[in-house]
Design a protein around this ligand. Structure first.
Ligand code: COA
Ligand code: AMP
Length: 630
């Protein structure tokens, strides 16, 4: 069915549309209806009984597809490739679930997973789902403190970790980071299960830590436990405007139905197809389209450990696509920009047989038209931008390859997917005319698979997303919709920035900078970066009487952000200023400073208390290389 028919079909009968979509899932007890008006924003399939692991793994084995490849682990860091069939995956996951169950982890208990891109990370998520435990995966690029914050918020019964991750030129010892986080956290989990990687063996704490392989070898496999449709499948923390991350909750049934619909219709992936999503299990893209989505569809998922460039070169993606017969490939625009920078003519692309590759999907940040054109010209396949968020769990706007591709408009992630009604609103909450910029909001209710609330923070959920525009979910993105319904996402309306496809809070970085004893006041802005999309830059006002040399303060705050938030923040630049520009009411003019750093024309804001400060900011930013040449 073509996109327009699908979308109109949903509009005319949302309940019927989602009940029909729910038939792609195996239920222990079918839901009586799709939408339930309960909770702060409604819930989906709440009275159905279902198990996510059964739908991702066991049912394929039961249907006779146990020999089909479920997982290909391709590590460009170790040069090793490993494969797991659905039957092997079922065995590993059932054993791991057995280990958890034997240690008292059951339905509703939280489990934190702190692991790199290895199959055990995927198995850990599925093992939790198998017994109804709620997993929360923490990205490996976060520092121990961030892990501690998540431990105290989620209060997990168990932590599953690996001894290390592998980054170019360095081994990242995860286990000591976990130990440090556990020391800092007030909540103490009872079980720490550690997968020892040969690249770095972790020291174990007697009585608390358990060796993964030994535990699995003697485990009694556990069966799938059916859970209510509105039972949380997972919590995934994402950046908000403060240092306290938001725990996005995902309910089980909506999650399964949305992924079962989107994998074939958007990505054109079906049973036996190979889907390669170069992201990380620590991000929502990893949850939806490395782990659950492809497995629910009975496809093969590629777990890639490495970087787009330098491991060993800019041909790694193309090698993987050729070696494993990848049909759809999904990554972040920044990764393609990195490849383009190292291999501008795409010479390495020509070295591989990419005839099986049907499309390249991009998300995580705006896909700039230059990057799309570069990839289209060299790959000769559709390059599809699509837009979504941790909160939504699956694309809000996309060009649905599986349902029939629409014409591509570069710079636009195309059109709303069924379930999403997009309005662009002015400050008063009124829809604006096509082509007019405004805040992008989604009319309630949101579709299945999206967040029903925030973990332990319903008031924050209402305040952050529902209160500003009554009747809507506020996305935090600004942009416009054109005459033909194509969406254009132009900027964030809050203090969130996007660095190499990673969502980061400038507010969180400011909290760290302010904790330095020499810093009186500070601001962090997101400036344009030709590779990473955006990069954070700090502006610091020092306390009177500080004797530490400014350069030393700068290097200390850079180290502090790395230590408190983690290397993923990519905070490398800061400058010292006498004062920060503010409105007369005392609000720091971050957007104005970001424009100066980007070399954009700046109109002096009418509300500024002292316009002369802008010249001081210009000089300070020039001192650290902004605006830079593009
Ligand atoms: N564990 C530990 N450290 C990690 C990590 C992990 N899982 N992931 C990243 N880091 C570290 C890196 O080693 C780096 O540290 P450094 O400052 O010591 O070099 C820092 O975090 C920043 O990493 P990264 O964002 O990967 O930047 P990079 O400069 O190493 O590489 C790109 C640049 C563009 C190649 C890279 O950012 C990339 O591949 N981006 C795509 C991201 C993506 O897929 N996002 C998912 C959204 S769909
Ligand atoms: P995350 O929650 O980490 O997935 O980040 C979501 C945010 O990334 C969105 O709110 C947007 O600001 C940005 N984003 C993601 N995909 C796109 C896209 N295709 N185009 C523009 N911005 C995007």
């Amino acid at each position: 069915m073509a996109y327009r028919d699908i979308y109109e079909g949903w509009q005319s009968d949302p309940e019927g549309f989602w009940m029909e979509a729910s038939r792609a899932i195996d239920w222990t007890h079918s839901p009586s209806r799709a939408f339930f008006e309960q909770g702060p924003a409604g819930e989906w399939f709440a009275d159905g009984m279902v198990n996510a692991c059964w739908n991702a793994v066991d049912r394929h084995v039961q249907a006779g597809h146990g020999d089909r490849l479920a997982v290909i682990h391709d590590s460009a860091m170790t040069g090793k490739v490993a494969r797991l069939t659905y039957a092997q995956l079922q065995d590993q996951v059932a054993r791991l679930a057995g280990v958890l169950a034997a240690h008292g982890v059951g339905k509703g208990d939280r489990v934190i997973i702190y692991m790199p891109m290895i199959p055990q990370a995927l198995q850990a998520m599925l093992a939790c789902a198998r017994i109804g435990a709620i997993h929360s995966v923490v990205f490996g690029g976060f520092a121990a403190h961030e892990l501690a914050v998540r431990i105290d918020d989620a209060r997990p019964k168990a932590i599953l970790a690996a001894s290390c991750g592998l980054e170019p030129n360095r081994v990242v010892p995860y286990k000591p980071l976990m130990d440090q986080a556990l020391e800092e956290a007030t909540h103490k989990p009872t079980l720490c299960l550690v997968h020892q990687r040969p690249e770095c063996t972790a020291a174990m704490t007697e009585g608390r830590d358990l060796d993964w392989d030994q535990a699995l070898a003697t485990a009694t496999p556990a069966d799938c436990v059916p859970v209510e449709g509105n039972h949380p499948a997972y919590i995934l923390y994402t950046s908000g405007t403060t240092g306290q991350p938001k725990g996005v909750v995902r309910h089980t049934a909506g999650h399964l139905v949305a992924l079962a619909w989107s994998v074939p219709n958007i990505y054109d992936i079906g049973p036996g197809d190979v889907f390669f999503v170069a992201s990380d299990v620590g991000w929502v893209v990893g949850h939806s389209y490395i782990v659950y989505g492809p497995l629910i569809a009975g496809a093969t998922t590629v777990i890639f450990e490495g970087k787009p460039v330098g491991t060993p070169d800019a041909g790694t993606f193309w090698r993987i696509i050729a070696d494993h017969g990848v049909k759809s490939f999904f990554t972040a625009p920044t990764a393609i920009r990195a490849v383009k920078r190292d291999d501008p003519d795409g010479a390495l692309i020509g070295q591989y047989d990419l005839s099986g590759l049907k499309a390249l999907f991009l998300a995580g940040e705006r896909a700039d038209p230059d990057t799309i054109t570069w990839a289209e010209d060299r790959l000769n396949i559709p390059v599809i931008d699509h837009w979504w968020q941790t909160e939504t769990g699956w694309p809000i706007a996309a060009n649905p390859l599986g349902a029939g591709l629409l014409p591509i408009r570069k710079g636009s992630p195309s059109v709303p997917m069924p379930g999403y009604h997009i309005d662009v609103l002015d400050e008063a909450g009124h829809p604006v005319a096509p082509g007019t910029l405004g805040a992008i909001a989604l009319r309630l209710p949101l579709p299945p698979g999206t967040l029903p609330t925030l973990w332990n923070a319903e008031t924050r959920f209402r305040k952050a997303y529902l209160e500003h525009f009554p009747g809507y979910y506020e996305t935090g993105d600004a942009g416009y919709v054109d005459e033909d319904g194509y969406v254009f996402i132009m900027a964030r309306t809050d203090d969130v920035i996007n660095v190499a496809g990673h969502r980061l809070s400038t507010g969180a970085m400011e909290e760290v900078l302010s904790s330095h004893p020499a810093v009186a006041e500070c601001a962090v802005i997101g400036v344009v970066d030709t590779l990473k999309g955006q990069a954070p830059v700090g502006l610091l006002c020092l306390k009177k009487g500080v004797t530490t040399p400014p350069d030393q303060v700068v290097s200390q705050v850079v180290a502090l952000v790395r230590d408190r938030i983690g290397p993923v923040a990519a905070f490398k630049t800061a400058c010292i200023v006498d004062r920060l520009p503010k409105t007369r009411s005392g609000k720091i003019l971050r957007a104005t400073m970001a424009k100066i750093a980007d070399g954009e024309e700046v109109k002096t804001p009418a509300t500024i208390d002292d316009p002369a400060i802008l010249d001081e900011i210009r000089t300070a930013l020039a001192g650290v290389g902004y605006p830079c040449e593009r």
